[in-house]
Design a protein around this ligand. Structure first.
Ligand code: HEM
Ligand code: NAG
Length: 556
């Protein structure tokens, strides 16, 4: 836990007299300067020593919980624990449901390690645990008050309003939209390949970039009836604004600042990344507001007693049944953008990454797709084509396994509202951050022991039973549904799971149906695969992109 004086001292030190963005000489009176000097030279050193040594070793009420074997503090002070790092701790640190570790700036955190404890937090006591206020308020700056950031009764009410718009039937209705965009994607990529051949002559494309654009267009169209058109026109104005907003990679210094300075003050600081956020959210919201007004006009015209004919996108469907204010509609649309684009794009990118390293599996999948789906290029192709998982077991297994091994959201974090919260039998002080390490849980041997395949490896076959042809295995060897945590579970489970799975199935079917992918080492420049670097910001991302050899396989 951070003490208030610690925050004050750190903030003062950073924003205060030295390197001040303001004109310190005229802005601060001598008295204020003296005060800041006291803070900096007396409180700050003590605060730092306390944060690094006294508190964790001598004071913390969590110090009896088994701790992770981490590097010395100077090597990890500016790093958050992300991705697969906790996997070895699950295996090697004997524990009874909790492992203590230190995150960015040595903040004391807990990893929760048993499905029973996940349930306590996300299900039984769901509304007594909230998202960590710091990250939540940063999200709010960008995406406003949507499902991601709302808490308690506000969340419950909005969730109820939107739930049915993400239902089975509604997602089936979105397949034509997904197929339409997938066909456009195939056309544009095929054009990008041009007359390049196969093998060493094959075109090399950044699949991560293509997936990002496809996912942006799809969430726009199917989420709220909005055309980004970034697949065919990556340089469009709105696309540029969008990429500026969600592509912002704050410098480590900015991350530390964002961590120690209250968000309400943050917005007044002249930091470039924040300025970009302001400009880009403003621009996108202005577009959205216009689009939403048009949607309302259409609704009003077709309304008047009989059931209005509206578009099939999620937000239009929700508007048919619920009175949502314009502000709410904008916040929901921004939230779908923030939650539904990068996440799905990352999962699709990782699917291609794995398939391009597994040529036999890729070939097997292509056969299944070609045998069961007509080519989207054929004149009679009917885009109204829901993908039936039972008929395409290899495709479904590939999607399931990619989601298991590469969860776009690598940790689910919560903070207790109650002073007497318990997890796995241990009292958790109010304000302590507990984290579910999704990436590690999804691969941890003990949780996936129901199958003979190595749980640490990507292997779609764990989702298949082979009697009389391939058939889906519903568990994949998981000992409990609560160890596949990619979309979280409980009352705040990802509302877009069906949406994302449908989109992924369509895009993968189209891509693998038409193209052969062959990895050219990390970055496409022959660097060894070990150099391929997956890092985590809001979601996972491959540093420098996924450069893959792509060739058309004739006949579909
Ligand atoms: C592979 C793709 C996706 C993954 C891995 C994913 C993962 C997640 C996770 C882990 C959460 C829970 C976060 C938490 O409670 O701390 C979540 C929530 C959410 N997701 Fe997704 N998501 C994906 C795609 C989508 C899509 C396509 C949409 C929208 C169309 C979407 C909309 C949401 C929303 C609105 C929430 C908040 C739900 C609530 O708190 O009630 N997600 N997602
Ligand atoms: C595997 O995929 C199918 C089809 O999308 C889905 O219904 C099922 O829940 C998935 N299994 C798991 C454990 O995620």
């Amino acid at each position: 836990m951070m003490f208030p004086y610690e925050t004050v001292a750190l903030s003062a030190a950073i924003a205060g007299a030295y390197n001040s963005p303001f004109d310190a000489e005229t802005w601060l009176s001598d008295c204020t300067k003296t005060f800041i000097h006291v803070l900096i030279f007396i409180c700050l050193p003590f605060a730092i020593l306390n944060r690094l040594y006294f508190y964790p070793l001598l004071i913390s009420p969590l110090r009896d919980i088994p701790s992770a074997p981490q590097a010395p503090v100077h090597k990890r002070l500016l790093k958050e624990v992300r991705g697969l790092e906790p996997l070895q701790w699950l295996t090697n640190v004997p524990n009874r449901g909790l492992i203590r570790y230190f995150g960015l700036l040595n903040v004391e955190c807990l990893f929760v390690t048993t499905p029973a404890a996940f349930k306590e937090i996300l299900d039984t006591k769901n509304y007594r645990w909230i998202k960590p206020p710091k990250s939540s308020s940063l999200f709010k700056l960008i995406i406003g008050d949507g499902l991601i950031t709302l808490e308690g009764p506000h969340h419950k009410e909005q969730r109820k309003l939107l739930q049915s718009s993400f239902g089975f039937r509604q997602i089936q209705d979105l397949y034509p939209t997904f197929w339409g965009k997938a066909i456009e994607l195939l056309d544009c990529m095929t054009r990008g390949i041009g007359s390049r051949g196969s093998g060493d002559d094959a075109a090399v494309l950044d699949i991560q970039d293509w997936m990002g654009r496809a996912a942006l267009d799809m969430i726009g169209l199917a989420g709220f009836g909005f055309k980004f058109d970034s697949v065919s026109n990556p340089e469009g104005e709105l696309v540029r604004q969008y990429r500026r907003l969600f592509g912002i990679k704050p410098a480590p210094v900015a991350q530390v600042l964002a961590h120690v300075i209250p968000t309400s003050l943050l917005r007044f600081l002249p930091i470039q990344a924040l300025e970009d956020v302001r400009v880009s959210t403003g621009a996108i919201k202005a577009y959205l507001s216009k689009a939403i007004q048009e949607m309302r006009v259409t609704l009003a015209k077709t309304g008047g007693g009989q059931k209005p004919v509206v578009d099939r996108d999620v937000l239009s469907v929700a508007m048919r049944d619920a009175a949502l204010s314009e502000q709410q509609l904008i916040d929901h649309a921004m939230t779908f953008l923030g939650a539904g684009q990068d996440t799905t794009a990352f999962a699709l990118t990782c699917a291609v990454m794995e398939l391009s390293q597994n040529p036999e599996l890729q070939e097997r999948l292509r056969q299944e797709i070609r045998a069961n789906l007509p080519s989207p290029a054929s004149p009679g192709f009917c885009a109204d084509y829901p993908i039936d998982p039972a008929r395409l077991p290899w495709l479904t297994a590939t999607v399931n396994e990619t989601l298991r091994c590469y969860p776009s959201v690598d940790a689910i974090g919560r903070v207790s509202l109650d002073a007497d919260a318990f997890v796995a039998g241990h009292r958790i002080p109010k304000g302590s951050i507990v984290n579910i390490p999704v990436g590690a849980v999804n691969r941890y041997g003990e949780f996936w022991s129901g199958s003979s395949f190595d749980p640490a490896k990507w292997c779609p076959e764990r989702w298949l039973d082979h009697d009389d042809g391939a058939k889906l295995n519903p568990t994949g060897g998981a000992v409990d549904p609560w160890v596949m945590m990619t979309f979280s579970r409980g009352a705040r489970q990802c509302i877009g799971e069906r949406f994302a799975r449908a989109e992924m199935a369509v895009v993968l079917a189209a891509l693998v149906g038409r193209f052969r992918f062959e990895l050219r080492g990390a970055s496409g420049k022959g660097k060894p695969m070990e150099d391929l670097d997956i890092f985590y910001g809001f979601t996972g991302c491959i540093a420098g992109g996924l450069w893959t050899g792509v060739e058309v396989v004739p006949g579909w």
